[in-house]
Each structure stands twice: as C-alpha cells, then as structure tokens.
Ligand binder design. Structure first.
Ligand code: BGC
Length: 790
C-alpha cells in the first residue's frame, strides 16, 4: 500500500477566535533571530535604513516559515513575509520592483504539491528582464536576493537543481544582480542545508541563513537586516563545498538499506579529522555583528569531569552575544577518536563593545568517555574513560577553537553494559589509527546476542488477579496500584490498552488531533479509564484550531541557547492546555547524518550533545505545564525515501555515541512521558519491534520511566524469534506499549487484534501485556491525578 492512499488529511481550517499568547509569538521571533546564521558579511550588514533597497526573489513574499508534513501543518494566525516586515521597519523598499513581485506572486501562487509526500522543494521564480534589474540598480545601491528551499516529511531533498542546487533561474538572477549592484546580500531561507558554494564563486557581500523561523521568522530577519537584532546563529551542521564530500555520500538514499560506513565520523567529527579543506563553513560557525576573544582559560578536573572557566570579551564595535564552544580530543587508544568532539557550550548575554563575561563549562566524564563495541576485551560493551591525555579547545567554532589545556586521566570503566542492537550484517567502517589524518577501514563487530534467549529469560511476570474488580478512580485515589488494576483486566481490555484509537483526528479529542490512546474503547471508559490526546508536533500544535507556528528544530538549535528554547516550550505547554493536547509529538531528535534528509529541519544537528540539550529543554518546558512530550523517532530515522522499509546498518559504537546519545540525555535529564519509535529498521529490526533498543537500552540501561508509542502507519510482521507471535503482539513483546493510528489493517473501524489473539492462545504472556498497560496507566494516573487534585 502506498502512502498516497494513507495520506493524512490536511487539518487546515482557520479558527480566528483562538486567543493565543502574544508572548509565545514574541519569544519565537527572538529565537528565530538568534538562530539566523550570518555566513558572509563584507561590511554590508546591517543595512542603512534610509537607503533604497531592491528586493529580489519571490520568497521575500512567499516566505518559507516551516516545512511540510506533520512537522509543519500548523494553522498559524498569520505568517510574516520579508517585504512587509522591512516596510514595517521603514526600510525604503524599492516600490517598482516590490509591486512587480506582488502582482506576479498573486497571479502565480505557490503550488503546494499534488499530495502528501510530493511537496515542492522550491518555488518557480518570476521571470526577470535585464532592464528591470538595470532600472532598480539606478535607484538603489544595495540589493537583497532571497532564495528559498522547501522540505517535508516522506520526501528527501534531491541532488538536483531546485533542491540541493540553485535553479538556473536563481543562478542567473544572482549573477545579474551581483553584476548590476554595488552590494548584494543573499538570504537563504530553508529548513535544510543546501549547496552554498556559489556564494564564494559569486563573491556576494552578505550571506544570511534564515532557518524556517515560524510565523515571526521574516520579521526577525528584517530586524537583523537593519541591526535591531543580531544574527545570533551558529551552525549546528558542517557545510561542505560539495555534497560528495559528506562522509555519508554513497551510503544514503538506498531503498533497502544504508550502511553507516562513516561510523562515529558524522559531520564535523569526520571533516575536522580527515577532510578540513572540504569545509566551506565549519560546525559552530556564525559571524554575528561583533567578534569575541577568550582569556584566563583554566582547565580543571572536578567531581563531575572537567570544568573549564574562562573570560570572553566583545572585541568588536556592536552589542553582541558570544557562543563559547568547548571541544575535546580524547586519547583514542581503544578504537580511535575524532580530532574534536563538542563537550559543552555556553551562550553569553548581550555584551557591549569592550565588555567581558566570565563563565564555566563543565564536561561530565560521560561526555569524555568512549563506548567499546569490540568483543573479547575487559572493556567490551563498556563506557570507558580511557587513560591518557585529553586536550581541550575553546572558541567561537570548531575550527577557531584553540587548545587551552589538557587533563590526564587513569583508565576507568564508567558503565559495564551488554551488547545490544549490534549489526547482523558484516561491513567495513571508518576507523582512525592514533593521530592519523586519513581514514582506514576495519570490519565492524557483529551481534553475538541470542535475542530469543534474552527475551525469554527476562519475561515480566503478571501481578496476579486482585480479589476486587477495581475502577480507575480507585487508582487515582491511591487505593490500588496500576499493576493491580492492569492485572484485574480481562484479556480484551488489557489488549485494548495497548492500542491507540484506530484513526487520526479521534472524536475523543480536539478536531485535527493526531490520535488518542488510553481509554479508547467504551469498555475501558466504563471502567473509568480516560483517553489522552496526541497532537503534532515540533513547530506548533497541528490542530484545526489556530496555533502558534514556531521556529523549526534547526532554527532553535542554531541559537545554542537551550534555556531560551525551554522558555518557549513552557508557553507552548500552556498553548497545549488552551487547545486540548495532552501529548505533543515533539521534539524531533534524529541526527542530521546527511544534508539530503527531508526532515532535517525538524531535527537539531549533526551533533548529539546539541540534539540532547535541545530535546531535553523542550521536554522540560512542555512538561512543566502538566502536559507531556514525546521525543521521536527512536531511532536512527535518518532518511525519508522508503522510510518504512529502510534498514539503517550501523555499529553499536555509532549507535550509542551518536544516534542514541541525544535520546539518552533527554531520558536522563528531562524524563519524557512518552517516546515514539521510528519507521525504519535498525540493524535489521523495525524500531517498533526492537526489543534491544526498547527493553535492554531504554528501560533497562537508562531507567526510562515513561511509555513508548509507535509512529503512525506501522508495518505488521511475524516475530522471527517466536512462533505464534505476530504484529502487535511482537511489538508488545519488544516493550513498545501503544500502536498509534493507521496501518493497512487499520482502516475504517477494524484493526488487527494480535495482542488479544496471542494472549488467548498463550503465545504472549499476561505479564508482557500488563507491563505495557501499566506504563499507559501510570501516564494516565499522573495526568489525571493532577487534574483531580485541582
Ligand atoms: C510522523 C510522525 C508524526 C505522526 C503523526 C508520522 O507520519 O513520522 O513524526 O508525529 O505522523 O502525525
């Protein structure tokens, strides 16, 4: 069955009546400005407000505020555009040109694409006669050219003109405007990284990356252009000169499986170690309107790990905030290590010219440790602090960071774990021999785990049927535990607690919701079990009602200020209360492995520390308002093409150090109430059937205390390890508690019923179904106990 048949219907229907919080809009504007990243500035920005400005590019009007799909389909009260926002600030926008664009855009509206997953990747440009450019150049010295790139779920960017590359029209426009005007500033508004090599070829004076910034995004960019705000962003991805230089190149886009040959050498971990000269803009780079210098650096071993204190001074001429970035070079004795790894960061308040601030960044030992995935050593399957010298680098980006000192450690095993989710197919991966600057290939350690035996040995026990026949109110009143309540349920009711409602837009919740879970059957509700309502997503509440459209994940992360994102999430939690959402399907926490992944805009970075820091901030913010967050997609969901069948094949080291690390941080630092599994397979097993990822790692090692839901439209399959266990029974055995809407046997009012069937036949144990039911009930108890306490 294709996705077009399963299309999620659009929820667009404006409800102008909703009273949204203007503070949330204002804060999202500040975040959009702090995330906008200035890459070139040849003394052209900020603009002189009174001087005439020629604005080229249809995207100045048809601004890209968000991506498409579940991470973008919000009904905002308004979306700002750049032309109007500049006029609001009394910039002398050239009227003749602006009127031309206005009329043309009205007559040639943006084509939203034929259907789900067929979104446009860019918008056709207005034909631009030479005479118009020449005329505008007589009236104005400076030109702004706006280039836009769209992206969305279920579709990757393409290595083609109009997607990763400029269209011929855009290139031709840029060339001619560049030739005709004394100064040219290019704004690229996008959610995903695109080719920027042309900026150097054309030698444009200014280049500003305006990440899709939500409803206030264009207004924020206008304020930056006139110097009312600083472009505060720092890259959370490396931008290479050529797509072919990314280490995932050649191992992305396959329909069946991608082999993560680059291993832990993702993004800057690869470039800074093996291919510095391939980098156009390094990780962490961003100019702002001033420059900062560091002094008084002290590196010290402390109880948690290593603490670095320093002073930063604004040595430029504009008010500006610094982003101090701390990197480590580990000894790399066991399996080699990258030249630089981010272990901490700090964003200063705005500093006046000449002003200094002191700060301390602490890198916990765990951030300095490596995971040993080799077999047969005393460090096998351990997080190890290797013995030797750790060099620390501090600065404004990964390339500029200077060595500021070292710390010496003896070998220490921080955690002894067991092999989990390791590859089942042998391949060669990148390794680095001590100090080497070229890549070596070495065979990846493969799985030696007998998964069936592991699962059988660890089967959870049923609590045993209690004497009474309790109601859920007894749980809320504290008279009975959720375990005893689950044990009291019939196989029918127990099984039903492990399924969400059959369809999206559940009648149990606000119109346009993504689906319900909990008390989704009449029988469960008759026992007092309430439903809970889920809504997308990372850029705002996706409901029929009007909701605030927030900056995309990459925009937020580019601020390097998770504390501010957390403040936004607090207000977002309040909007959930206002509009009727219990669980937001956010944050999106997959790693930017390859610049072509169509959903990169929803996620944060190529780096796990940035990802985990922002994921945790969002979860803490939302959950401070007695609402719940659901980090997704667990895990290694790095490609949209054939995402529901694709297998991500990677080493256990890369899995744990890169792809799971952000999730681990979010679980340990913020305690999300839910986690969503991914569509793809991880080393041969679908995310929603992955016992090792869910039970061994998430619950077992990390001590997760929430519940797990699937993504939408899941694949059904027999359990290869246990005869007679299939579909959702396979899922519950893996510890994935709730099947969310969709799926080929889920259309209309029927759904697959394998949990009930396997409970009845005895191939799934009561203990396993009760384990999932208890997690759902614990969530409902927490949610409704706080309500009934009010
Ligand atoms: C997406 C999820 C989203 C869900 C519900 C799926 O297609 O992958 O991220 O939360 O739909 O809309």
């Amino acid at each position: 069955m294709t996705n077009s048949v399963l299309s999620q219907t659009s929820t667009r229907a404006l409800d102008e009546g909703a009273s949204l919080n203007p503070k949330l809009a204002a804060l999202s504007g500040i975040l959009a400005a702090k995330g906008a990243t200035l890459l070139r500035n040849n003394a052209v920005l900020p603009l002189e407000r009174g001087k005439p400005l020629a604005v080229f590019g249809r995207v100045a009007r048809d601004w890209i505020a968000v991506g498409y799909g579940s991470g973008g389909d919000v009904n905002p009260p308004y979306v700002t555009n750049l032309t109007d926002s500049l006029r609001e600030l009394e910039v002398a926008v050239d009227t003749e040109l602006a009127t031309m664009y206005e009329q043309w855009c009205a007559a040639n509206p943006v084509d939203p694409g034929e259907e789900w997953g067929k979104w446009p990747l860019s918008f056709a440009e207005m034909p631009m006669p030479d005479a118009v450019i020449a005329g505008a150049a007589v009236r104005c010295d400076t030109a702004l050219v706006v280039i836009g790139r769209a992206a969305g779920e279920d579709r990757d960017s393409l290595l083609q003109v109009g997607s990763y590359y400029l269209t011929n029209d855009e290139r031709c426009l840029l060339k001619r405007v560049n030739r005709a005007f004394a100064r040219i500033v290019v704004i690229v508004v996008t959610g995903n990284v695109m080719d920027l090599a042309w900026a150097e070829e054309l030698d444009v004076d200014g280049l500003l990356l305006a990440w899709a910034g939500g409803q206030e995004g264009a207004r924020a960019i206008a304020k930056i252009l006139v110097g009312e705000m600083e472009p505060g962003g720092r890259l959370t991805d490396t931008i290479a000169y050529r797509y072919e230089d990314y280490p995932s190149h050649g191992h992305f886009g396959d329909l069946d499986a991608n082999t993560y040959v680059e291993d832990i050498y993702v993004g800057y971990r690869y470039f800074e170690t093996f291919a510095k000269e391939k980098v156009q803009y390094p990780f962490g780079f961003g100019l702002g309107y001033s420059t900062h210098e560091y002094s008084d650096q002290i590196v010290q071993i402390c109880d948690e790990g290593v603490s670095v204190s320093a002073t930063v001074t604004n040595v430029g001429s504009a008010k500006s905030s610094a982003v101090a970035q701390l990197y480590v070079r580990k000894p790399g004795r066991l399996n080699g290590a990258p030249e630089r790894e981010l272990v901490g960061f700090w964003r200063s308040p705005d500093l006046s010219p000449g002003e200094s601030a002191q700060f301390t960044i602490t890198a916990p030992l765990r951030n300095l440790a490596v995971y040993d995935d080799a077999a047969g050593r005393d460090t096998s399957h351990c997080w190890v602090l290797e013995e030797g010298s750790y060099a620390f680098f501090l600065g404004n980006d990964v390339r500029q960071a200077r060595e500021i000192g070292t710390a010496q450690f003896d070998r220490k095993i921080l955690e002894r774990l067991e092999q989990a989710a390791a590859p089942v197919v042998q391949f060669d991966r990148y390794v680095r021999e001590a100090g080497a600057d070229s890549v070596k290939l070495a065979p990846v350690p493969v799985s030696e785990v007998d998964l069936a035996a592991r699962i059988t040995q660890r089967l959870p026990q049923s609590s045993g049927k209690p004497a009474s026949d309790p109601r859920f109110e007894d749980v809320l009143a504290g008279h009975i535990s959720t375990a005893d309540f689950a044990a009291s349920l019939s196989n029918r009711d127990l099984a039903d607690l492990t399924y969400g409602d059959v369809t999206m837009n559940s009648p149990l919740g606000a119109p346009g919701n993504a689906g319900a879970l909990g008390g989704v059957t009449r029988a469960l509700r008759a026992k007092g079990v309430p439903p809970a309502i889920t809504t997308d997503g990372p850029s705002g509440l996706r409901l029929n009602a009007t909701a605030t459209l927030l900056p995309c994940g990459t925009a937020l992360a580019s601020t390097w200020e998770p504390q501010l994102a957390e403040q936004m999430a607090v207000l977002h939690g309040e909007e959930m209360v206002l509009l009727g959402s219990d669980i937001i399907l956010s944050p999106g926490m997959n790693i930017h492995r390859d610049p072509l992944c169509g959903r990169n805009f929803e996620y944060y970075s190529e780096d796990p520390l940035i990802t985990g820091s922002f994921g945790a901030a969002i979860v803490r913010g939302v959950q401070s308002r007695e609402r719940s967050a659901c980090p997704k997609h667990f895990a290694v969901n790095n490609q949209e093409t054939n995402r529901i069948f694709n297998d991500s094949r990677l080493s256990e080291r890369a899995l744990r150090e890169i792809y799971l690390r952000g999730f681990e941080m979010v679980v340990k630092d913020a305690g999300p109430h839910f986690i969503m599994t991914s569509y793809n397979k991880i080393n041969g097993v679908w995310g929603h059937y992955h016992y090792d990822l869910i039970e061994t790692v998430l619950f077992g090692e990390w001590g997760y205390r929430g519940a797990v839901m699937t993504d939408w439209w899941m694949r059904m399959a027999p359990d290869p390890n246990f005869a007679g266990v299939y579909d959702s029974a396979y899922r519950v055995r893996a510890g994935v508690d709730v099947l969310m809407p969709g799926g080929d046997v889920h259309q209309g009012t029927t759904r697959e019923d394998s949990v009930f069937e396997c409970l009845e036949s005895g191939t799934l144990t009561r203990g396993e179904a009760e384990r999932s039911a208890v997690r759902v009930l614990d969530f409902l108890k927490m949610r409704y106990a706080t309500l009934s306490a009010k």
